[in-house]
Design a protein around this ligand. Structure first.
Ligand code: FAD
Length: 415
């Protein structure tokens, strides 16, 4: 059987009729007991299971997913990866994650199609430019690549931008190392690597409640029976409040639907990621040629995986304003995901009042880019019982002490 992906194995399998490939991961049946349970088979949960095994030698791990792996926000996002945050705590963290992405295809032996094509933010007025200057300075102070450009350079780099007076373009901020990766590949690559190290990936298994004895978590009750462990990590995104409540834990998270669309494929015309904060939209072009367009969240809480119609029309209006040439492009698909948002728009990673139960949530509209970094540090927390120094500011306490990290500007329409 063929385990490793390489040019040689591709050639061998190509000549041999593709019959020798191993399944990418084992679809496991739950055992009675594990050293650790990770709930949620999105990128964060799968990668946490992988780093538990790889970095900490904890391989007797159950990864429990109620549907199919990567079927939540991980498979629904617009795949933008960047580290242009404002405060040192978040900038350091997202830069750590971006660096892990740079080496991830090799680490996982799986092509995640990481493409560092840059990300531009447009300045449409004097105040917008002031914000971009502020971001550029903060990024450079945090050691992150940032380039501020004038209108002529923006137009030379991104052809087709509107010249109409409604949203003039005064300049732009580029992070050249930003870009995108294929989201399914990130989930599948981690699943394959975790499974190879011994992790049990258990799909169609919903955690319905927690076993708590003498105040300590002792396992979970699922629709496929009881699974015991003294250590349980939650990475369930938009379902975080509902699930944590079953352990008696209240989380400061609000769930909102966030949606995205793709167009019919067109010839290559946009080789960067573009964000227009003033019009409230962003877009890139996929390898298949589709325009991948992102919107803002609904303005009311819900657990819907669709999203409001007015958000669609607003976003497509903005795209037509920015790129008049796209007015004739047809939209092919639209979908939504349930995002988990904190009041300060920074994530939560930490212990809970229930010993043995750990949470990783609050990634809101921007957690795809955080996947390797967040999971790496969450695995550290689960294995050692205390946060890594890079995640020390992200614990639940900050909502009690008031040490908030207000990243609303960096995490708003910019996912
Ligand atoms: C439309 C959209 C666009 C986005 N664009 C970007 C972007 O461009 N860049 C970026 O960085 N981020 C983006 N995001 C955000 C990003 O997708 C998420 O922050 C990230 O994928 C969260 O990963 P996760 O593994 O925590 O969650 P998920 O992938 O949602 O995984 C959580 C899993 O938990 C499972 N689960 C829930 N409850 C239970 C239970 N009781 N038992 C067992 N399993 C359970 C769910 O089925 C789900 O599979 C976007 C999100 C959306 C919706």
């Amino acid at each position: 059987m063929t385990h490793r992906y390489s040019a040689l194995s591709l050639l061998r399998e190509g000549l041999g009729g593709q019959t020798g490939w191993d399944p990418a991961w084992r679809d496991a049946v739950p055992k009675e007991r594990y050293d650790a349970i990770v709930i949620g088979g999105g990128g964060h949960g799968l990668a946490t299971a992988y780093y538990l095994a790889k970095n900490h030698g904890i391989t007797n791990v159950a990864l429990i997913e109620r549907g199919w792996i990567g079927g939540g926000n991980t498979g629904r996002n617009t795949t933008i990866i960047r580290s242009n945050y404002f405060f040192p705590e978040t900038a350091r963290f997202f830069e750590f994650s971006l660096k892990l992405y740079e080496a991830l295809s090799k680490d996982l032996n799986y092509n995640i199609m990481f493409s560092q094509r840059g990300m531009w933010m447009l300045g449409h007025d004097r105040h917008g430019m002031e914000m971009l200057r502020r971001s550029a300075n903060a990024m450079r102070l945090n050691g992150i690549d940032a380039e501020l450009h004038d209108e002529a350079t923006v137009r030379a780099t991104i052809p087709g931008l509107s010249t109409a007076p409604r949203f003039p373009i005064l300049g732009g901020l580029n992070q050249p190392r930003a870009g995108s990766a294929r989201h399914d590949a990130v989930a599948w690559g981690y699943a394959r690597a975790a499974s190879t190290l011994g992790v049990d990936i258990i799909q169609n298994c919903e955690v319905e409640s927690f076993l708590i004895e003498n105040g300590h978590v002792r396992g979970v009750q699922t629709n496929r029976g009881t699974i015991r462990s003294e250590t349980v990590g939650m990475a369930v995104a938009g379902h975080s409040t509902a699930l944590a409540a079953k352990a008696g834990v209240r989380l400061p998270i609000s769930s909102y639907a966030l949606q995205a669309f793709v167009s019919e494929p067109v010839k290559p015309c946009l080789d960067t990621v573009l964000l227009s904060p003033a019009t409230g939209t962003y877009l890139s072009q996929s390898d298949k040629g589709e325009l991948v367009i992102g919107a803002g969240t609904d303005q009311y809480n819900s657990y819907s995986q669709t999203g409001g119609l007015q958000i669609i029309t607003h976003t497509l209006d903005a795209i037509c304003e920015l790129f008049p040439i796209f007015r004739r492009v047809k939209m092919m698909r639209q979908w939504g995901g349930i995002t988990d948002n904190t009041p300060d728009r920074s994530p939560i990673q930490g212990v809970t009042p229930v010993p043995g139960l750990f949470v990783n949530c609050g990634w809101g509209t921007g957690g795809f880019k955080a996947t390797p970094g967040s999971a790496n540090l969450f695995a550290h927390l689960i294995a050692r019982g205390e946060p890594h120094r890079l995640a020390a500011g992200l614990t639940l306490d900050r909502f009690r002490t008031g040490r908030l990290i207000d990243e609303a500007a960096a995490a708003a329409v910019a996912h």
